[in-house]
Design a protein around this ligand. Structure first.
Ligand code: SAH
Length: 387
């Protein structure tokens, strides 16, 4: 490391930027595990080497071997957390995130569990290279509970690394793709779906929607698989409308509705652009959910993203019934909590309505944030009471 560039490592931050590297001994290949030394020559960490602005993702601050046993220890620790927070090993839930990258001291790795299947996603070359060891360790940690591992990293690995990665099973295989969340059933399309097939991160926020849905007209915008809609139905909503611009998403929400509330006429889904729908709609909605895709994927897109959130929320404030409740979210890591709140504040002010913040929401406990890596915080939401 360059002199003075070790400070963040001493505070256990798990990234080393390329500009902090003084020199490299030997000839590591992208994805190899490398040892890191301070400018004074003492060992400080080890991690996956990669070409790019983040040069090393730290796996350990100890001098230990990165082998199947190492992955087992890390995965066991992650599994123990999920059991202790009650999302794993319980009767009514088998949908959860087992590994959340830096939040589980495994930078570059995501593993979501859907019933007896794991979907594994690598965001770094090193995790890709080590995928088979990780899969082996995962089988040992989860034992009989695991029947298959689907590896889905086609779009998450750096293109330049030229890995030519294809999605596919790396252990077992499975056609059965129904998973349970808080007693509700969901088809999970890990083969073709977004992310690992489902937005596991909204579980707790969906429960809150359920709590507030009784007797209400509910609109779920950007519904994707319809998670919020299914919870609203169980919460005895008067009617639930789901909207997504993708026709495939509308098929998914309809299928999930059939799984849980077959033939229930309270629900309808529309394949339409959110802004157009909000403009033309005439139904008096008293609970609206806005969970759009990340408007800012990078810092450069920040200003436009904030404008997008303002515009979207302004429409909802304009349309929601008096006494209505608005659930509004941002999953852009580049937009922080204060910026998002400011965008929603601006939208509220444009409507001139009286608005109270009832809840401030965030990602759930199975998407933990490593306290030394605050960048891991990405999901934020507000629940607003609109007079
Ligand atoms: N709320 C969902 C996740 C939303 S993901 C859940 O809980 O699972 C974002 C969704 O927004 C995607 O399904 C995408 O198809 C949809 N989308 C993107 N742009 C849109 C637009 N302009 N209008 C409506 N839907 C849109």
């Amino acid at each position: 490391m360059k002199r003075g560039k070790e400070e963040s490592l001493k505070r256990l931050h798990p990234w080393i930027f390329s500009g902090a590297v003084h020199h490299i001994d030997g000839n590591p290949e992208e994805g190899d595990v490398v040892d890191i030394y301070t400018s004074e020559g003492s060992f400080i960490a080890k991690g996956h080497w990669q070409i790019g602005s983040i040069a090393v993702r730290v796996l350990s601050f100890e001098q230990e071997r990165i082998d199947v046993e190492f992955w087992k220890r890390r995965l066991q620790a992650a599994f123990d957390v999920r059991k202790s927070i009650g999302v794993a090993g319980v009767a009514n839930n088998n949908t959860y995130r087992l590994v959340h990258g830096e939040g589980d001291n495994l930078p570059g790795l995501i593993i979501d569990i859907y019933a007896q299947n794991a979907v594994m996603q690598a965001h770094s070359v090193g995790m890709h290279q080590d995928r088979h060891d990780i899969a082996k360790a995962l089988c040992e940690v989860m034992g009989d509970e695991l029947k298959s591992i689907y590896y889905k990293s086609e779009t998450t690995l750096p293109f330049k690394a030229g890995l030519g990665q294809e999605n596919g099973f790396i252990y077992g295989s499975s056609d059965d793709n129904v998973s349970m969340e808080n007693g509700l059933k969901f088809h999970i399309d890990w083969l073709k779906g977004q992310k690992t097939g489902f937005f596991v991160d909204q579980r707790d926020n969906r429960s809150l929607v359920e709590r507030y849905s009784k007797g209400k007209n509910v609109l779920n915008m950007f519904c994707y698989t319809g998670g919020f809609s299914v919870y609203a139905m169980r919460g005895e909503a008067k009617l639930v409308h789901s909207v997504d611009s993708s026709a495939k998403a509308v098929d998914l929400v309809n299928a999930n509705m059939e799984l849980n509330f077959p033939g229930d006429a309270r629900h309808e889904a529309y394949a339409e652009d959110a802004f157009k729908y909000l403009d033309r709609m005439t139904v008096p909605y008293d609970l609206i959910i806005l969970d759009p895709p990340a408007f800012a994927k990078h810092k450069d897109a920040l200003r436009n993203a904030i404008r997008g959130y303002t515009k979207l929320n302004a429409k909802a404030f304009e349309k929601i019934q008096p006494g209505g409740i608005l659930f509004t979210f941002s999953c852009s890591q580049a937009v922080n909590k204060d910026q998002f709140r400011m965008a929603v504040f601006t939208a509220a002010a444009m409507s001139g309505r009286s608005v109270r913040i009832l809840h401030q929401l965030h990602q759930p406990a199975d998407h933990p944030i490593n306290i030394y890596h605050p960048e891991g915080e990405y999901l934020k939401g507000l629940v607003l009471y609109v007079e």
